[in-house]
Ligand binder design. Structure first.
Ligand SMILES: [Mn+2]
Length: 442
């Protein structure tokens, strides 16, 4: 791991420990490997809160943070001690398993490899809890949702801890760590912004390749393959999420991922897809005319969405509440529908507004937003370092009541990734063409 990345994860652990304060302990779980069928497992993705604090990509691991530090015996005589605040419990090195499934870091390489103070074997977790969950711990921070998901080897090693939670009277308060970590994750560091920008750049080049090569007669999955080939070919570590390649009326199914239809002449193709880079996600939508030219009705709708997209992006700046941007977007959408003579009054717009204006992005495509503890979407105030999507859309499903025939079957969404800065914002996906003249082919 590069020094810059090591320092990033270290700075996150420091900040987290500063927030939880003295006389506390935090237990952060990695993900477990999940079986798909017989001897085949699901593609492993690390738990994002665990990754945020460690940068470590192996399953069956646990990070323990103790801001006040604890004394750990260094030899059998028990005379030599070391005070540590960070311990990463990892899988044992195992020649046979490594031959099949790849190298393991091993407990001895935790410090040199990740910059974490101490490494230990995950099998020593029961002993660790026995010795160190003492009365000096007042608050125990744990991610409850993750705790119930623990599987594999960890399940066995966590049994004594789970039993204690079930059986013993606890002498400490249990607090959910997800809220604190989510709040931290909402404000991106320079390192994180670089990773997101890289994911966006790969996505941008790939969208341009698709735009140039898209044609009627292709199947949606072929357009998807072209896009995803370019992500991988440009160094993406994964797709950020399942690609939506929705031609014609399929665009009106918001999470359409079937991608099996043939793209027809005169169709619009709504493409919601992005690359992931180093675990950081982009999230982009463009809507292209398959045959290279919009019909008049398609252009009318497209231009409306484009104007809303640009006005909403302008609205993004520090101090503005996310919910204000959403309301602004809803109002603009209603005005567009009135303009198109589809509705008469703003109040009638509701049935056409199918989703919000956007969401935070980061390690998760819909990044951890820790609403709760008095924080809601309504009072989520934008701050420098937030990265969010702006993604207005107008959708007219075939057969929709009160919609003129010429608009039926049209669905348009235009989504960009916006970084909040001190003075306003930067559109990280500016390079991805969206003007009518640019997305049409001559
Ligand atoms: Mn999105």
């Amino acid at each position: 791991m590069e020094k810059k990345q090591k320092e990033f994860h270290k700075s996150r652990r420091e900040k987290f420990m500063q927030i939880i304060g003295k006389e506390t302990m935090a237990i952060i779980f990695s993900n477990s490997i999940r079986n798909a069928s017989f001897d085949q497992d699901y593609h492993f993705k690390q738990n994002k809160n665990f990754y945020y604090l460690t940068g470590f990509n192996e399953p069956n691991s646990v990070l323990i943070l103790i801001p006040s530090g604890i004394k750990i015996k260094l030899d059998a005589s028990g005379k030599k001690f070391k005070t540590v605040r960070e311990i990463l419990f990892v899988q044992e090195k195992d020649k046979k398993m490594e031959t099949w499934n790849g190298k393991r870091l091993g407990e001895k390489n935790v410090t040199s490899g990740l910059g974490i103070e101490m490494g230990a074997l995950n099998s020593s977790l029961p002993e660790f809890f026995h010795n160190h969950l003492t009365r000096r711990i007042k608050n125990l921070y744990i991610d409850f949702v993750e705790m119930y998901d623990v599987g594999g080897e960890l399940k066995e090693y966590m049994t004594s801890f789970m039993n204690m939670l079930r059986v013993d009277a606890l002498h400490f308060q249990l607090i959910d760590s997800a809220h604190i970590l989510g709040k931290m994750r909402k404000v991106k560091t320079e390192f994180e912004i670089e990773q997101i920008q890289k994911a966006v750049d790969i996505t941008a080049e790939s969208f341009e390749e698709l735009r140039k090569n898209l044609s009627a007669g292709m199947y949606e999955y072929q357009a998807q393959a072209l896009l995803e080939f370019n992500y991988k070919n440009r160094g993406a570590t994964d797709n950020a999420y399942g690609t939506i390649m929705a031609s014609g009326n399929n665009a009106n199914t918001l999470h359409y991922e079937t991608n099996r239809d043939k793209i027809k002449d005169g169709d619009l193709v709504l493409i919601d897809s992005a690359a992931e880079y180093n675990y950081y996600c982009a999230d982009i939508t463009r809507t292209y005319p398959a045959s290279g030219k919009f019909t008049d009705a398609q252009r009318e709708i497209y231009e409306k969405v484009l104007v809303i997209n640009k006005l909403c992006i302008k609205k993004v700046k520090p101090g503005v509440r996310f919910s204000e941007v959403r309301k602004f977007c809803d109002d603009l959408t209603a005005a567009a529908l009135i303009d198109l003579k589809i509705i008469k009054k703003k109040e009638e717009a509701k049935r056409f507004i199918l989703h919000g204006v956007g969401h935070h992005i980061g390690l998760d495509t819909h990044d951890a937003v820790p609403y709760g503890f008095g924080e809601t979407f309504d009072n989520d105030t934008l701050r420098p370092g937030n990265v969010l999507t702006i993604e207005p859309g107008i959708y007219f499903e075939k057969g929709m009541k009160g919609v003129p025939a010429k608009y039926q079957g049209i669905g348009v969404r235009i989504e960009d990734d916006i970084l909040v800065t001190k003075t306003g914002n930067i559109n990280l996906s500016e390079a991805i063409k969206k003007e009518v003249k640019e997305v049409e082919r001559n």
